[in-house]
Design a protein around this ligand. Sequence first.
Ligand code: GLC
Length: 628
Amino acid sequence: MAMNAFDSKLFELRFERSRRDLFDMLERLYGRHPDYVEFRNRLEDTMRAAWSRRPRDLKWLDLKRDLEPDWFQRPDMVGYVFYIDRFAGDLSGVLSKLDYLEEIGANYVHFMPCLKPRPGDSDGGYSVMDYRAINPAYGTMRDFEKVAKALRNRGISLCVDMVLNHTAREHDWAKAARGGDTVKQDYYLIYGDRTLPDAYEKTLVEIFPDTSPGSFTFDETLQKWVWTTFNTHQWDLNWANPQVFLEIVDIMFYLANKGVDVLRLDAVAFMWKRMGTRCQSEPEVHMILQALRAACHIVCPAVIHLEEAIVSPQEMLPYLGRGAHDGKEGNLAYHNSLMVQFWSALAARDTALMSHVLRTHFPSVLRNATYATYIRCHDDIGWAITEQDAEAVGVTGPGHRSFLSDFYEGVFPGSFSRGALFGVNPETGDKRISGSFASLAGLEIALADGDAAATDNAVERIVMGHVLIAAYGGVPLIYMGDEIAMLNDYGYVEDPDHAHDSRWLHRPRMDWDTVERVRQGNDGSPEARVWHGVRHAMARRKATPELHAGYVIRVPESPAKGVFALVHEAPTGSLLCLFNFTETTVEVPGEWALAEGISSFHDALSDHPAKLKDGNVVLAAYGRVWLR
Ligand code: GLC
């Protein structure tokens, strides 16, 4: 299809806008490659071709978002994350759930991996054998386009996983490589003997130490070692090869043109290898990501990038564009620290570490970027707490991390939680945790014990977690089933493809019967209280302009043990959010609250005056307020 004059002018303008962001990076990454000039030309052709194929309605969306570049930072953003089959059976089932999405306030949905995975165990779909096809169990690419359009018509944006670090061993490129195609062998990292793998492994960290130890896998066909950071069937791509960049960027355009709004770039930290390092978050990773961002900003500016890097705060922030990459890298990145600190503060009934970490490591404002805030997701929880941070509040790193694992596994005396271990590494002492929000927050044990007070506490913890992500700034992500307090799903052990992976404990099938019941009204059951609480939190978020992610945020010293405080400094005035992480009532001095910049004790969350006693703000067990 030929481009008309207006379209081609628009393309040239956008090309000029991002040319340097793109080529400065590519020059540094691939400039010394013998075929660099040809690579550049091919990339330009790829971009023009993708733009000329871009559907009209998406080109309008491009314009709209060029005019409203803060669209994803606005307080009306609320995300919902689900597996297509577990939520709705298949893609046509999703069409019948659109009202539900609106009912809970979602205007952003993340389809968990939906591209065609390898058969059998596919790491929950993260082992992709064809990036241009939909998982046949969910439907076809045509079905996908239909759903994307239906979502778009309701103003709901769509996030899809794009695994950048590896493909499935069954991907065509890997198959060709195994068949002797040397061009495709160069797409991966393949070694004739153990010399280099051994040398690399001296400093690599194992990701799945118990189920997939080491970072290399011997391939019987090739009789060689292949780099496999994650599972043995996930072959790491060789990003030092510019061909890989070309292939992937073309797939990104392809998905963008099918109606994807948010590309969730999976496992990005691992994309660049350097001997003698952990091969995580190397500077070249950020160059590649900036280049991918710039390429999309030219061809499909409606599309933004969510970069998945579950690492310490100092390592995570560059994914949102720091220093030379400021405003030019990920638009979204998971706020892993907020999630970890939520669980840490709940177990410890102490917010000192949380306040310290969120105050010292995170900037007051981000440019062209914000966080994806969440409490639970499909993955395990790793206790990413550094020694320095732990010591700053008087605990030790290893001590606190192992306390948290024990607490959430449920073996620490007095723990309210019921989780399961994941990724236990006896060498490092690392123990990660699986479990649903509700079970980790105490509901499973409370219900089993028939303990009404413990049930109340669990419900309040779950609602408070949702209020926290609604209030932090960024896009809050509700993880399917958490809004009705679904408990651990122990049935996963029956499935031979899942039994080895405890993360399936918190990947249940949606309980629509419960949804039907809670929709009828709040009958006082835990599920109904959580459902109404979550919906209310998201609705109030949308009604609170101070929560725009473009405004300055500040984390003051905690005003009382167990209370977390957060201030949004909006141009119209400050919003002080307070959260009580304990099961006892706490009073926060009113004088202190006023000194933090609020002008009244109106609670924007309940939309009522906050409860005061002797001039102090009263926070009930797990209570929360947003003071104006
Ligand atoms: C990401 C996914 C995780 C997966 C891994 C490997 O971390 O969230 O579920 O196992 O990448 O693809």
